[in-house]
Design a protein around this ligand. Structure first.
Ligand code: PEP
Ligand code: MN
Length: 275
């Protein structure tokens, strides 16, 4: 194709060329994107009502608005806990309605969409499904906001084109989340790609968040990584919280307990970077 023809291609729907102003996602009392930051927190997996009530209450006490928790879990081993499925989503809706929080949970396949839509406010598309194009098209046909995670080894171009699939179907309520990428480094579970934040903010109009739990896989460096993300221009942070991480059914190593969550939140608030 000649350069001229290439230039005539319409700009991507996710791009700043197509839309210069920031996309802001408003959902119930939560706002994601724009001039304010959002901390999304909650357990890796929904395990029980008591577990979720403890975490959700801590979030509410801190003044947060968005609760995360997995019910359909993409686990590396088929022998590991696979999530409570619909039962987990029921618990989540129940607890969130009672306490007053917006909910986010992952769906792994198109046949989970209708069920999940009855219980949760935001669909999460996990890293392992970033290039599941049937799933992207299907959630693009819903009216729910979508949190799209960066694939384990996805380039930023692939990440943006995955988001484009959703917008192309008519759903422009999309948020991007950097969750670390595979590198040779073993000190962290993944490598947090800080440069992805200013680049995605520059190239797209979508909110950009950073998952400090899955990117680092360890809780001792969550706060500095979250501060770095905010300094780089992130619109929000995701962190995993469990009442007793030592007995968590998934990601036990990286989840913080309630006291550690409050300390993390205080650290963010005191950093002068979170507003
Ligand atoms: C999660 O957030 O629960 C999760 C499984 O993360 P990721 O898809 O980024 O691995
Ligand atoms: Mn997890």
């Amino acid at each position: 194709m000649s350069d001229k023809l290439q230039q005539e291609k319409p700009p991507l729907l996710v791009s700043r060329h197509h839309k210069s102003e920031d996309t802001i996602i408003n959902i119930k009392e939560a706002v994601i994107g724009g001039s304010s930051h959002t901390l999304i927190a909650g357990p890796c997996s929904i395990e029980s009502r008591a577990q979720l009530v403890t975490v959700a209450s801590a979030l509410k006490e801190a003044g947060l608005t968005v609760l995360r928790g997995g019910a359909f879990k993409p686990r590396t081993s088929p022998y590991d806990f696979q999530g409570l499925g619909e039962e987990g989503l029921k618990i989540m809706k129940d607890v969130a309605d009672e306490i007053g929080l917006v909910t986010i949970s992952e769906i792994m396949s198109t046949n989970q969409i209708d069920t999940a839509a009855r219980y949760i406010d935001i669909f999460q598309i996990g890293a392992r499904n970033m290039q599941n194009y049937d799933l992207l098209k299907a959630v693009g046909q819903t009216k729910k906001p979508i949190l799209l995670k960066r694939g384990l080894s996805a380039t930023l171009e692939e990440f943006m084109l995955a988001a484009e699939y959703i917008l192309h179907q008519g759903n422009d309520q999309v948020m991007l989340i950097e969750r670390g990428i595979r590198t040779f480094e073993k000190a962290t579970r993944n490598t947090l790609d800080i440069s992805a934040i200013p680049l995605l903010k520059q190239e797209t109009h979508l909110p950009v968040l950073v998952d400090v739990s899955h990117s680092t896989g360890r809780k001792d460096i969550l706060l500095p990584c979250a501060k770095a993300a905010l300094a780089a221009g992130a619109d929000g942070i995701m962190v995993e919280v469990h009442p007793d991480p030592s007995i968590a059914l998934s990601d036990a190593k990286q989840q913080v307990n309630i006291d550690e969550f409050h300390a993390f939140w205080k650290g963010l608030c005191n950093s002068g970077l979170y507003h």
